[in-house]
Design a binder for this molecule. Structure first.
Ligand SMILES: [Zn+2]
Ligand SMILES: [Zn+2]
Ligand SMILES: [Zn+2]
Length: 175
């Protein structure tokens, strides 16, 4: 895969499915936004929130056909209202039909990457996500927002571990 800005070779991001340019540090994705592992349908409308990583303005979109998010077109990170995160993860994990992801250890270095809330600009708190998936999430207590880097939510959805009763009943009843 080659960089869309400088045309140079892009390197795979370790443990991920996307690529990064060694020259401009921009990201490349093998799948379109709407059909990637975390499908987002863009409204094309930009908002005055900045990407936690790239500091570009975020765009409003719909994630997994059900939740409004503000996402970054450059790195595909997105921010969600923290009150809807738990329910979203539970639903997506219950509906996940594919194989579980191989567990990957959390990268503790991620806890030290400074980040600013896309809405208020205050420093976010980085903390490990305590459910399955070994992710580090950035949150703003004041704005009640959670930032997901690209593929973190997908990792949580596909991580091994308990899924909701709906899924278990389905498995027991029909397999
Ligand atoms: Zn480049
Ligand atoms: Zn970004
Ligand atoms: Zn904030």
């Amino acid at each position: 895969m080659n960089c869309h800005k400088c045309q140079r070779f892009m390197f795979p991001v370790p443990g991920k499915t996307h690529f990064v340019c060694g020259v401009c540090q921009c990201f490349g994705f093998p799948t379109p936004l709407e059909s990637g592992p975390e499908p987002i349908v863009s409204s094309g409308k930009q908002v005055d929130f900045q990407c936690v990583r790239c500091h570009e303005n975020l765009t409003v979109g719909t994630l997994y056909n059900r939740t409004d998010v503000c996402f970054c077109t450059g790195c595909r990170g997105f921010v969600i209202d923290s009150q809807s995160v738990g329910m979203l993860i539970e639903q997506l994990r219950a509906e996940h039909k594919g194989p579980d992801a191989k567990p990957t250890p959390m990268n503790p270095d991620q806890l030290d990457i400074p980040a600013r809330c896309p809405a208020c600009g205050d420093a976010t708190e980085a903390h490990p996500y305590y459910g399955p998936g070994n992710c580090v999430l950035d949150t703003c207590r004041h704005c009640k927002l959670v930032w997901f880097d690209h593929s973190e939510l997908d990792l949580i959805v596909r991580a091994p571990g308990q899924r909701s009763k709906a899924r278990q009943t389905y498995d027991l009843g029909y397999n």
